[in-house]
Design a binder for this molecule. Sequence first.
Ligand SMILES: [Zn+2]
Length: 505
Amino acid sequence: MQIRITNSLTRQKEPLRTLVPGKLSLYVCGVTVYDFSHVGHARVYIVFDVVQRTARRMGLDVTYVRNFTDVDDKIIARANQNGETTDALTTRMIAAFHEDMDRLDCERPQVEPRVTTHMPEIVAMIEQIIARGHGYVVPGEVQADGSIAQDVYFDVRTFPPYGALSGRSQDDNADGASERVQHDARKHSQADFALWKSAKPGEPFWNSPWGNGRPGWHIECSAMACKHLGETFDVHCGGKDLVFPHHENEIAQARAANGQEFARQWMHNGFVTIDSEKMSKSLGNFFTIRDVLARFHPQVLRYFLLTAHYTHPLNFSDRSLEEAQKRVLAIYEKLAAAEALLTARGMASGGQMDEPELELVENARGELQDALCDDFNTPRALAALSEPIAALSLALDKPKAAGALDVIAQVRAFLHEASGWLGLFQHPPTTVVEAIVAQARDRLFPPGSEALANVERLLVERQEARAAKDWKRADEARDALTQVGAEVRDGPQGTTWRPRLTDEA
Ligand SMILES: [Zn+2]
């Protein structure tokens, strides 16, 4: 089966093309490490994690590269504000990013290059751009010793294909740029962008043919992609906000430097929105991944972010997270029940079934694979799990019915297989269920709240009524608990309660 993708360059769905048969080279723009990552970042890296998982499972040998921008204006400003070095800040933020990605089950890329360790490659690419007539040097900042360091700009007018990815004309860019950026008389065209910036006092800098300075933002990705994947590689990915100017500039730089094609296909994911506005740090309407994971399980956030097709926007709200939680909890509870039942029957591994594969499992597997190969249609892939889960549910209700154990074992094995594609449902089920319930309890019945005090009062009342064999009063207390969203469970270890989180009793 052929994987199909939406190529931003052609604006069409088309087959994924690999330069070398059986191998896929993938570059995804990474984060600027000055702060914790937000839910918009989580979506980008979960989306492209599913892309690389799918490609691998379809037999491709994937080289996945994702960079860290570890020198930049925002990093310098934040480090100064914190009174720490940029190194200390970026090291801490890279560790935090890895922690977030691990919790969200995003597999690590093979290469995670950092700007600060790729200065020779960046300088060499800028030199090539200048040598081929696409870059020019102008006087920049005065240095401590009185010398004047130089800035280097990309000359957009020397590169006619500029604008092909974003669909903008060069005049649009010049106009757009003049609104945002102060007119700079040193530039040939206002659409020109910095390849190298001379050092300002107090900034980290590197030595270069143009004096002390640091790279502009865009050049790093051109240089690091070419170094780790070659001058021409398969797919370049990122959030939609990077199409212009970042990706447009990446193409211009790499092609101007070496005359090769650069990325052959491009993929971009849609925004996470809040009230239809893009979630971003600059708009101040963002939630960090940490904020969300303090309240919802990572599997819930991952599931939610896969409920929309990656090219579409996705609206973020507590309500949609609660919906995702309901689904994730219900599936993990069934997996927990399946595991308990199969363990009790000595069939824990589920591997000793001689029965032929169930048709519904075979169909669901085909549908899951079709959905993901069809431009990574995750909503369709998640829907493909519905029928097997419904069958599992029925079998768990009547485990003594003919064939029930077979259904339980086969659906459980199928969900385990699906987890490899989606990064969902692979964790020990009881642990996930307990974690989701504990978080939901803290969220809905916070410690010290009136809501919690009320539940505790009703539980005592029910206990007392039962002790007095006053069944009517006990039932009334139970109904009152249900009314406030608390579900009471009587077990051998006594009575427990939890928030009512699923539609099923
Ligand atoms: Zn980039």
